[in-house]
Design a protein around this ligand. Structure first.
Ligand SMILES: Cc1ncc(COP(=O)(O)O)c(C=O)c1O
Length: 438
């Protein structure tokens, strides 16, 4: 593989990137192992973000690499429309076991965005199959991120991701976000204030009538918008209200699934069960693109009790791709054999203390933590929102640490195999950067 600088960088239109700025000063990664990347100049870069929340078991995990290598030589591709291959079925059983059999069925996609759009479509089709075709409204939340499909940006609540793409899906409404610096700054785990914001669903129901609402979708912990942790009792209240009004509750666990909060899923952590879960990223340890929707038995039953024939007119050419299935099966084995969740639990307190030790450094206005996630919010530079944190991101990369920023918030989500020495390295460097930031 090419480990040197590309001859030209002009043709690749990069996603979610300031292309002109990047191409003037590129940051190029050429290899990865365990907790570290190596860049094109041979520097090591500590991965404080698991890539993009993708790599719970660490990079180039040998068992997962071997499983993918073996599968590519055995079965490079197989369709799953009116056909199948054993690994797709084996994986589905293992995934349902991993949820403690609280979910009955899994539908494969290739990304988080596709998982979200699949779940939204399933919600509409589910109500129709049960004779409630009038339930077509979808409710998201301000500051939510649900990928970039038209469904996902419609229920999503990040202005910049929506405003240039026209009217989006009709019949969508949004709950208010729960971020409240005045009351909840410097919280560890769930903040105290804001459970009552779930009651805003009653206002939406009063406005539109429950008989028109299909589903509510939320991230249990909002990641891309800058680590917004649900207030104590909020998700439980949302569950109660959805049940009361016959509305499906979808948890978008694309970042929280597979151990991010030290439990298999966020629904385990919060003790609140949605009707559907979307996941991706950690599902294959980031090695092969794959997403999935887990559904409760009653959702699946509604389709299987319907007329004979194809039950759901939906799917992707690469749904259940053999390489993705091999990677996911191996990832689940690694979670068990390497006790990934135990490691995450073991370092969590040390991690939390280290993040909160940044309190009081210049520009820091909030720190929030849950599981192995941290959000560090900086005061913006007047008239230049996002510039301060982005400058921290560039300096960190130059100093050999990969962090992620969204607006003026630094979001950290390391591989779950990290050790105390990595935490020391990460926060040692970050503290120096923050002390010297304009
Ligand atoms: C909560 C959530 N949903 C959906 C997505 C979209 O996933 P993808 O980029 O794989 O389409 C993301 C990506 O970060 C996410 O965080």
């Amino acid at each position: 593989m090419n480990e040197s600088r590309p001859e030209s960088m002009s043709s690749f239109w990069m996603p979610f990137t300031n292309n002109r700025d990047f191409k003037a000063n590129p940051r190029l990664l050429v290899s990865a192992e365990g907790m570290y990347y190596k860049d094109v100049d041979g520097n090591t870069v500590l991965d404080g973000t698991a890539g993009l929340w993708c790599v719970p078991c660490g990079h180039a995990q040998p068992k997962i690499v071997a499983a993918v290598r073996e599968m590519v030589g055995q079965l490079d591709f197989a369709p799953t429309f009116q056909m199948g291959h054993p690994a797709a079925f084996d994986l589905a059983e293992k995934l349902m076991d991993y949820t403690g059999r609280r979910f009955g069925h899994v539908f494969y996609t290739n990304s988080g965005s596709e998982a979200v759009d699949t779940a939204l479509k399933m919600a509409l089709a589910y109500h129709r199959a049960r004779g409630e075709a009038g339930r077509t409204r979808l409710i998201g939340r301000e500051r939510g991120y649900h990928g970039v499909g038209f469904g996902g940006i419609s229920v999503g609540g990040i202005g910049g991701n929506r405003r240039t793409f026209g009217p989006l899906l009709p019949g969508v409404d949004h709950l208010p976000h729960t971020h409240n610096l005045e009351k909840n700054a410097y919280s560890r785990a769930e903040p105290e204030h804001g459970a009552n914001l779930a009651d805003e669903l009653e206002r939406i129901v009063a406005l539109h009538d429950a008989s028109t609402i299909a589903a509510v979708i939320v991230e249990p912990v909002a990641g891309s918008t800058g680590v917004l942790i649900p207030p104590k009792g909020y998700l439980k209240r949302l569950r109660e209200l959805c049940t009361k009004h016959g509305i499906l509750l979808i948890f978008d666990e694309v970042i929280t699934g597979f151990g991010r909060l030290t439990t298999p899923f966020a629904f385990d952590y919060f003790g609140v069960e949605p009707d559907m879960v979307t996941c991706a990223k950690g599902l294959t340890n980031g090695m092969v693109p794959m997403g999935a929707v887990f559904t409760k038995q009653h959702i699946h039953d509604a389709f299987m009790d319907g007329p004979a024939g194809i039950e759901l007119f939906h799917g992707y050419t690469y749904s259940g791709h053999p390489l993705a299935c091999a990677a996911a099966l191996a990832t689940l084995e690694v979670f068990e054999e390497q006790k990934i969740l135990d490691n995450a639990k073991g370092v969590q307190e040390y991690w939390t203390d280290a993040v909160h030790s940044l309190k009081g450094l210049p520009h820091v206005i909030d720190i929030r933590t849950i599981g192995l996630v941290a959000g560090i919010e900086l005061a913006p530079i007047d008239g230049k929102p996002g510039a301060r944190a982005f400058s921290a991101f560039k300096k960190a990369f130059a100093d050999g640490v990969l962090i992620r920023t969204t607006g003026d918030i630094i979001a950290l989500s390391p591989p779950l195999v990290l050790e105390k020495k990595h935490i020391d390295e990460l926060f040692g460097k970050l503290a120096t950067i923050l002390k010297n930031l304009d």
